[in-house]
Design a protein around this ligand. Sequence first.
Ligand code: SF4
Length: 511
Amino acid sequence: MSREELAARRFFIHTFGCQMNVHDSEQLASIMTEAGYERAPDVSQAGIILVNTCSIRAKVAQKIVSQLGRYRRWKERNPKVIMGVGGCLAQHWGREMLVKAPYVDLVFGTHAFHEAPRLIDAVRAGGGPVLDAAFREEIPSLGIHAAVTNGNGTTKHQALVTIMQGCDNFCAYCVVPYLRGRERSRPAAEIVREVETLVGQGIREVTLLGQNVNSYGRGLREETDFPRLLTMINRISGLERIRFTTSHPKDMTEGLIDCFGGLEKLCEHIHLPFQAGSDRVLARMRRGYTREDYLGRIAALRRRCPDIAISADVMVGFPGETEEDFQATLALMEEVRFDNLFSFMYSEREGTEAASFGDKVPEKERNRRLRILQELQDRHAWERNRALIGKEVEVLVDGTSRNDPRELTGRTRTNKIVNFAGPLRLRGEILALRISDAYLHSLRGELKPPEALLVHKSPEAVHVHKPPEAVLVHKPPEAIHVHKPLEAVHVHKPLEAINVHKPLEAVLGRK
Ligand code: SF4
């Protein structure tokens, strides 16, 4: 095969945005692979460049357009390169995308991912750029399984599973319902089958995804809800950990709160966006809960699961936000002491209700408030992380650390990043580590002495691991020296060691 023919079969995907987008890109890669294409090792070797976009904030849209401009250079060097733009911004702008970036060959919306190979064929057939930004009743790509290997061919141990898509809430500042459409849940049996398949392929942790997973099940023919789905997934043999994102405080039921501490595979972490601490602002945002409601949910979660880690989204400078409102937000933070907070400045999105509000907060003031809020959060995160020093945590080893390839990295059940020294063969293992140091965004751990064995938690678990020489020992269940119960692992201040204050596109939509 000539170099040119090879390049024509190779695709490269650049993803902007939230975990939902990351998962959409993984599904897109599977769709392309199924259709006979293969992933290019890097963009320079790709004949098809696909950019999966996010439209949550105006700044992200600017970044995407700049990135498209950079990819244009590849196309100028090789006019046969196909440039496609998919996802939220493609949905939002539609035909306008072709005006803003006339060198783009293909624009496909959030509901058209499964059509990508056919649309690429249409581009190759000639006749000008191709556009598909239609909303569909059924979204076939929702059920597509993403590959369980990383780009470098290594096996993954964590997987994302979409359980629902879209949102019916129409918060005053948010474009998601306009771009992703109304809520749609996948049937529970289909989700369980997908998780079972993933577990069979080596996956040990799943994150259930949706714009508002708490309202899972609405509109399905079967009588189900999110706690019931979690209970079904918790029974899957071989699965070790379950996470979910994102939650909405107004749909945080007692039944769901009871799942924490009640379902042993459900990790002790929740992302529960609060957005503002002032009832007046919450009402204008159309969030559907009050400050007291939110604090009540947090108290109930901590009663049920004292070590639970709590992260959230918050926004400053929503139109009409006064200094008093802002102080109410800071006071709520002091009360809750979040493990991690994704903080953003309000940014106007065309077509939303808030875009028509006249009482905008000046940008300088929004910046000031954001700075104050982030300083407060840094203090809380620092305190909570420092409190972990000397404690024992359970970590699922992801692989080598991004900052230091000589080190390994993994996540606690409370979603904190822990870096530690150890052999690469521990990748994918669940280990006990002792925390030796703590930073703002991560922890440093040490493997526990060999006599401290940690057992995988699946019912049939017979693999006992000794760090660091990790010898696999097969023992009858009664002979297993079980790792200390989760409640005994003091990780109540975990900070999800992803960057605090990551931009809004880094979270699942906006809650
Ligand atoms: S912020 Fe979340 S809950 Fe509100 S409309 Fe957007 S996606 Fe829906």
